[in-house]
Design a protein around this ligand. Sequence first.
Ligand code: C2E
Ligand code: CA
Ligand code: CA
Length: 554
Amino acid sequence: MNLDFFQVINKIANPVVVAKLLYDEKGKINDFQIEFQNSQMKKLAGYIIQGFSKWSEFRHNIGEDSFGYDSLIASLNEKPFPKSSYYSAATKRWYRFDISPLEDDVVVITLSDVTIEKNYSKKLRESIIKDPLTGLLNRAGFTDNLEIVLDTCKYNGTKAAMLILDIDDLKNINESIGYEEGDNLIIRVADILRRFERDTISIFRYGDDEFMVLISEVESRDSVVTIADTIFECFQNEHILISGGVSIFPDNSESKDELIRFADMAVHYAKKHGKNNICFFEPEMQRVFIQQLQLQTKLANAVLDSNFYMNYQPQFEISTGLLRGFEALIRWDEPELGEIPPSVFIPVAEETGLILPLGKWILNTTMQRLKEWQDKYDFKGTMSVNVSPIQLKQDGFLDELMEIIGKYEIDPEYVEIEITEGVMINNIQTTVEKLKSLKDLGFKISLDDFGTGYSSLNYLQQLPLDTLKIDKSFINDICSMDGIQANITSSIINMVTKMGLETIAEGVERPDQLNLLKRYNCNIVQGFLRGKPMNIIDCDAYLGGDKSALRTNH
Ligand code: C2E
Ligand code: CA
Ligand code: CA
């Protein structure tokens, strides 16, 4: 190194140090000798650095801030030398080191002031992690904060909690009242949550309809319960329906990913159990969740392999006792779990979308069966098929149905589509139009499970129905002494008959029930008293004239 070289360096506008590297006994760089510093460096740090010939002495004298001592030493030990930046609390500015090799064990270290760049990227980061609608930090912002919060709690031995809040039925609100109303609701929820913000409680917009409340440095689970209760009460007072799930660090887990997953499971649990409540994560939920997943996998495989079969439950005209038709009911015999009832797996199929291929299989199977009975036994009855709301709403349902009945040359007048009130959720108008098209094509439409759910009489007028099925829960008590259920049932039958609809009583198990229904002029009976669901062998025998093939309660 000659004098010219140092003169050149002196002219550089950035602070520069020429350093001779020093090694520890393991051969790692742990210090350096300051061979030369330019005038900019002296200006910047002269009062600190002058008089010291080693970097370590310099560090020793100014304590922790030490001009990024650790990051500089770490960079010197890497090849090629990486750029590293650090914040100096002494000058309140950001600096970046650039290290270039000069000769063996001698490097030139250049410092650049990157404060403006850093502030800019901090602003940029803030704009990326902020949710524009509510002004809250978003999911990325939550991730940024989480580690610091958990580290702090770990350090001082306190607890932290994640509370995920999910607005109930936001999707329905968006679809039925409009996205603007949906947005307004999200803003209201954010405003309510902001009231709880403090040093130890941060709020994030976590997803479309999800918020995250991150609670840190609490002493006990009870404090979390109190906070969660207070937040929930606020929403109750504002008449906003919301479900929540809580996981607690370190009680439930020390892993941040697991904590998020557990809080998520707890929300799912809350949603499944009636919504509008907050659940705390329990290990049991994980078990149920895994079981659910296993069921989903098994169901997906069963759908792929069409591992189902149909049973058919007969329906009889009450006045004549003649066969009116059959309701097709699906069955699943799972090799490991045994027979799983449709009330368990149909909801899973609906949640996962598997109901679409499954529904298609059901239509194909039942129509093929109907054609066979018509050809073999001159069967003139109806085949009632349960159609899930999701299936009905799917684009192309009508085409699919027409294609299937076309394939088996079935006249739609022999096919009854059973729907539930579930079809009235979301896009009522489109659904009603679809049902009207079905009816125009000649299909019969029946409303299943009447008397459960909302059972609004309003639906009866809006929907183009042929048949009303009175739910088993109504029929169960019609013979009770107080006569209330009997009165309601007879009024429903009366009214519905006046509207020109046929009535089917479901789940009739006893003769006294049937007698009463006869008196009320109910048209059709379906229940264990007259016939349980039958497999195809029994159906064939029965339709072929063997009355003993009928399975009944007696
Ligand atoms: P659902 O449509 O109301 O079907 C009637 C249910 O009541 C059937 O149960 C039937 O076996 C049962 N049942 C009929 N009579 C009596 C009786 O006298 N006493 C008692 N205790 N029960 C009676 P299942 O087969 O277990 O079906 C349960 C539900 O699963 C059905 O209710 C329906 O909602 C759904 N489901 C069944 N098959 C299908 C299908 O192919 N597609 C769709 N989407 N859903 C189906
Ligand atoms: Ca049904
Ligand atoms: Ca039913």
